[in-house]
Design a protein. Sequence first.
Length: 317
Amino acid sequence: MGRILPAAAVALTLSASALAAGPTSRTFELNEGRFTEVPTTNPATLPKPDPALKHIAALLDRQDYRGARYEALNWALAHKGDPNYDEGLYLIAQAFNGSNEALKAFYYCDALMDGYPASQYYTAALQLQYDIADQLLGGRKLKALGLSIFSGTDEGIEMMFRIQQRAPGDPLAEKALRRTADFYFATGDFDLAADAYGAHAKQYPRDPNLPEILLRQAFSNYAQFTGVKFDPTPLVNARSQMVDLIDKYPDVARRENLQSFVDSIDKTLARKLWITADFYRRTGKPVAQKTVLAQLVKQYPQSDEAQQARTILGEGS
């Protein structure tokens, strides 16, 4: 996400005072296997509403993002250290997002959360970051020279990763990891999809959607196999995962007809061993050929290749 840093530099002056605020830890509690945030803001300690910020919020409601941005930036320059500064940062982020300045909006949310971890706007800022990342993965373009012309998918992926790092106990972190995995799956990056689904299954084993996640991990590995002349590791992994799904989630297995995939994989792997054995035959390595043929008979005894291997090995039928 290399283009985020220039945007950060542009806004550094305004956010410096935000970082001066003392950090306060966020509190989470475990409910039904999931961590949920416990509000820590005491309403009695909230600062008095600022009429100028209220006016800026009204501009945002009217979708006057240019006007809101101008007034919010000026307010921030004149109110460093103000008790409402976190609200000002959030309004700036909203204004930039409405003006299709996604990277600057993301940065101002970062500035708010870094400087005011106990802010009442923290959760809203994190949600805005997720929404921005989700839109970039969905096709939203990044602006340059006043035009929205550049793909922001790389930035969207890194934003999702940043969300996971910032709030690992927040449900949005789980959602960000799943969105990342689904993006890789949809775009055909099956190696990355398999890794992301595997990480999700490991980090969130109580997710009610776990069977679907494991299924997609298996299919991601299955899709990586490109032919019997290539590395069979993804296919072996897919088979192992599908067998595990058949054992643990029989309803899902029947719905997806996983046994047919396992049978097909077995035929492919048997064919792979047969081709390997034939390679050793053609290169004058009879001992290696027989070793592979014996492995073929042992692992896939019902295959057509195993019957041919028995004939060569002199075992009959």
